[in-house]
Design a protein around this ligand. Structure first.
Ligand SMILES: Cc1cc2nc3c(=O)[nH]c(=O)nc-3n(C[C@H](O)[C@H](O)[C@H](O)COP(=O)(O)O)c2cc1C
Length: 213
């Protein structure tokens, strides 16, 4: 039995959102292909994801100077405990399904905040003599993204959402499947339903592949 993290970074609703509804189609297909796996759904816009702020940076610096955890302020302890819990949950998972919209050419800020809590040296990657090495090898991930415009082909250099997500997940050693992208719905609203349906179909076959991995 695998542990699957279904990570949603979109404050919209499944009725209104392309990425959320395509993501749900993926998850339903995954469950029907593999009902035994444990699925944990994280709705990042409904969680209190701690930011890497002054409290956290100072706490890390104190710990590096061999201060004890108990000597940290109550707020520092609370933030670090929350970060540790998110990192440990991420490490304990075997598969990751990330759902996000393209916002201003990138990922929504809560997804970046979440990533900052799981990209932690010696837990999810380590520094070696040959450079950093991911510690989550053998795990599988996929990104499902909706974009109003079209960035495939010669516009791909403008897109920093899917490309960043894939890069940072691969940095951790996670084997990223081909992303499911629904794009161009804002430019061609008359094709929006067709674009979404194609993405749902791709999701269903990708879910089947991930469920049997
Ligand atoms: C804050 C914000 C920023 C956006 N930035 C972009 C963008 O840079 N490029 C783009 O193609 N679409 C952009 N869009 C449009 C969304 O990507 C598009 O509406 C997409 O369908 C959103 O995903 P969703 O339907 O799952 O919510 C933006 C939308 C919002 C709300």
């Amino acid at each position: 039995m695998s542990k699957v993290l279904y990570i949603v970074a979109n404050p919209s609703t499944e009725e209104a959102s392309y990425s959320l509804s395509i993501g749900r189609a993926f998850l339903n297909a995954y469950k029907s292909n593999n009902p035994m796996d444990e699925i944990i759904e994280l709705d990042l816009y409904k969680m209190a994801i701690p930011l890497i702020d002054t409290d956290v940076l100072n706490a890390w610096e104190l710990l590096r100077s061999h201060a004890s955890f108990d000597s940290l302020s109550a707020i520092q302890q609370e933030k670090l405990e929350s970060i540790h819990a998110l990192t440990d949950q991420f490490v304990a998972a075997d598969k990751y399904i990330v759902i996000s919209p393209l916002w201003n050419l990138s990922i929504p800020p809560m997804l970046k905040a979440y990533i900052d809590t799981v990209v932690i040296a010696d837990k999810t990657f380590m520094y070696t003599a040959n450079g950093p090495e991911g510690l989550l090898k053998g795990k599988k991930g996929i990104h499902i993204q909706a974009r109003g415009g079209t960035y495939s082909g010669d516009k791909s250099f403008l897109e920093f959402g899917d490309s960043y997500l894939r890069t940072i997940m691969s940095f951790l050693g996670i084997d990223m499947m081909e992303s499911i992208i629904a794009e161009g719905m804002a430019y061609s609203p008359e094709k929006a339903a067709e674009i979404k349906l194609a993405a749902v179909h791709l999701s269903q076959s990708a879910a089947k592949e991930m469920a049997s991995a």
